[in-house]
Design a binder for this molecule. Structure first.
Ligand code: F1P
Length: 289
C-alpha cells in the first residue's frame, strides 16, 4: 500500500484527534488574512470564505506570492505543512511587525515557527507523501472547528467515504471538473489539484455559476463533473446534455474530499504512477536566496 493511500485511510482517526485538540485560533470579531501556497492556499481560501459567510469578521485568503495589498488585519494565519515554503517566510517576518501571526504547521521547529508569534503544530497529521491529503483536511477541520461549527459527525462521514465504491471507474473517465461555491470553491480547487498531483490527470475547477460561461465547452461523455455544492437545475441539466457523468456531494463537502483522495490514488495506480513521489513535485518549494 502506498503512503498516500495509508494517509488517506487514516483520516477518520486523525480527524478525531484534531477535534479533541482545540487550538488557539482567531476569535470572532477580528479581521483575518489567510496565507498559503498550493494546497495550503486552497485550505485557507475555504476557511476565509466560511468565516466571512458566518459573520465572524472580515476574512480573506491570498496566495503567498501574490499578496499585493497589505490592508491592516488583526491576525494573519499562515498554513504550511512543511514550514519551509520560501514564499511564506519573509512574508511572515514582515507581517509579524504589524499584526499577530499564527503558523499552522505539521513540522515542529520548522522555519515558519521561528518567524510567527504563535504556532499550532499538527505533527500527528504530517505525511510521508509529497501529495497532501490528511494534513490539509485536518487543518481545515481545525479551522472550521474554531468557527464553532459542530463537526463531531465528520470522522464517521470520512469512514463512510472510505467504505463506498469509487466515485468513478478510472477506465471510463479522462477529464474531471470540480465545481464549488462559497467556501467549497477552495475545496474544488484543492480537489482538482489532488488529481493533477497524484495522477497527472486533466482536471479543472470553477465556481458553480461560472461553469456554463465557457468552461462547459470541454465537457463530453468521458468527463466527470463533480460538484462539491448543490447545483441549480439549469447547470445540472446543461451538464447532462453534454453526456458527462454528474456527481453532486450530498454530505459534508470535506468528507467528499476523501472520495476525491481515493479516486486520485486509484487513477495513479491505473496509470502506473507512484503517487507517493510524483514527478516534478517536491514536499515544499524552497528557493535559494
Ligand atoms: C505547499 C505546497 C504543496 C504542494 C507541493 C509544494 O507546501 O505547495 O501544497 O503539494 O508539494 O508545496 P506547504 O507550504 O504546505 O508545506
Amino acid at each position: 500500500m502506498s503512503h498516500t493511500q495509508a494517509e488517506v485511510e487514516s483520516q477518520p482517526e486523525i480527524w478525531t484527534r484534531v477535534l479533541g485538540a482545540p487550538a488557539e485560533l482567531p476569535e470572532a470579531g477580528c479581521n483575518v488574512l489567510g496565507l498559503g501556497c498550493g494546497t495550503s492556499y486552497y485550505v485557507m481560501d475555504s476557511y476565509a470564505r466560511r468565516r466571512q459567510a458566518l459573520g465572524q469578521g472580515r476574512t480573506r485568503a491570498a496566495i503567498a506570492s501574490e499578496l499585493a495589498d497589505e490592508d491592516p488585519y488583526d491576525v494573519a494565519v499562515l498554513l504550511s505543512r512543511s514550514g519551509t515554503t520560501t514564499d511564506l517566510l519573509p512574508l511572515a517576518e514582515r507581517l509579524s511587525e504589524r499584526m499577530t501571526t499564527i503558523a499552522i504547521t505539521g513540522t515542529p521547529g520548522s522555519p515558519i515557527t521561528r518567524v510567527t508569534h504563535r504556532q499550532v503544530v499538527l505533527d500527528f497529521a504530517d505525511e510521508v507523501s509529497v501529495v497532501q491529503t490528511r494534513f490539509a483536511t485536518s487543518a481545515l477541520l481545525l479551522l472550521r472547528a474554531s468557527l464553532g461549527e459542530d463537526l463531531g459527525g465528520l470522522p464517521g462521514e470520512a469512514a463512510t467515504a472510505l467504505a463506498e465504491p469509487l466515485a468513478a471507474e478510472p477506465a471510463e473517465v479522462d477529464h474531471v471538473v470540480f465545481l464549488g461555491t462559497g467556501w467549497t470553491l477552495g475545496l474544488a480547487g484543492e480537489a482538482a489539484l489532488k488529481l493533477r498531483e497524484a495522477a497527472k490527470f486533466w482536471t479543472e475547477s470553477y465556481a458553480v455559476g461560472e461553469y456554463r460561461h465557457g468552461p462547459i465547452a470541454c465537457a463530453g461523455p468521458r468527463s466527470l463533473v463533480w460538484s462539491l455544492a448543490p447545483l441549480p437545475p439549469d447547470v445540472a441539466a446543461a451538464v447532462r446534455d453534454t453526456g458527462a457523468r454528474l456527481r453532486v456531494a450530498s454530505g459534508d463537502p470535506l468528507a467528499e474530499l476523501v472520495r476525491v483522495h481515493r479516486l486520485a490514488v486509484a487513477f495513479a495506480r491505473y496509470r502506473g504512477l507512484n503517487c507517493d513521489s510524483p514527478e516534478h513535485l517536491t514536499r515544499s518549494v524552497i528557493v535559494d536566496a
